[in-house]
Write a protein that binds this ligand. Structure first.
Ligand SMILES: N[C@@H](CCC(=O)N[C@@H](CS)C(=O)NCC(=O)O)C(=O)O
Length: 200
């Protein structure tokens, strides 16, 4: 497997998942948007020249959520995706929820054009954030006692909200994120990113 990556972008969650899996992988770090758009090889991998792209067995897969679910399914021994049945259904549920109900709604707050539309967008976040908090009542992770790809994707989306100071996270979710932040695989993935040029 080879991950085409740009540090601190949407492909960071895939890098983290690859570290959780612990199988060998190759990493190709790509340049800025202009250089990717001018790179015919990369434009064949992704229709808009974006990242992440995972190359496996000669096939290029894009969309970070699809890539994460694909990798988790490929390595069932990791337990990152329940084998089958309703638990797998719940893993899909929270994985898609991370994009559609959390990340997309955080995007609406960022893009709001007026204080009124920003308030409406912020208010719309309460429901999905409360839903995650309710699901974590009495358990450490979304599917129970084990960390899965669903936690990785939901925590990534909530982490974006926290970094951008979008919406209030209840203390229970801050604790959930803190526990997930200290996972060795997440820290290894972060260590593989070169620091931003300005601080290098
Ligand atoms: N929905 C896509 C989003 C991919 C995406 O927008 N990637 C950004 C980095 S966060 C990118 O490559 N932007 C550069 C560009 O637009 O050319 C995913 O989750 O993989």
């Amino acid at each position: 497997m080879r991950l085409y990556h740009v540090p601190n972008s949407s492909s960071q969650r895939v890098l983290w998942l690859l570290e959780e899996v612990g199988e060998p992988y190759e990493l190709t770090i790509l340049g800025d948007r202009q250089s990717r758009l001018a790179d015919a090889d990369h434009m064949r991998r992704h229709p808009f020249g974006r990242v992440p792209v995972l190359e496996d067995d000669g096939v290029n897969i894009f969309e970070s959520g699809a890539i994460c679910l694909y990798i988790a399914d490929k390595y069932p021994q990791t337990g990152l995706l329940p084998a089958s049945g309703t638990s797998r259904g719940l893993a899909y549920q929270w994985s898609l929820f991370a994009y559609t109900e959390l990340q997309a709604k955080f995007g609406q707050v960022r893009l709001a054009g007026s204080p009124e539309s920003e308030k409406t967008a912020r208010d719309a976040l309460k429901e999905p954030i409360d839903a995650v908090a309710a699901a974590l009542k009495g358990q450490d992770f979304l599917l129970g006692s084990a960390f899965t790809v669903a936690d990785l994707l939901v925590a990534t989306a909530l982490g974006i909200a926290l970094r951008l100071k979008i919406g209030e996270l209840p203390p229970q979710l801050v604790r959930y994120l803190d526990a997930i932040d200290s996972r060795p695989a997440k820290q290894r993935a972060e260590a593989r990113n070169p620091p931003p040029a300005a601080t290098r």
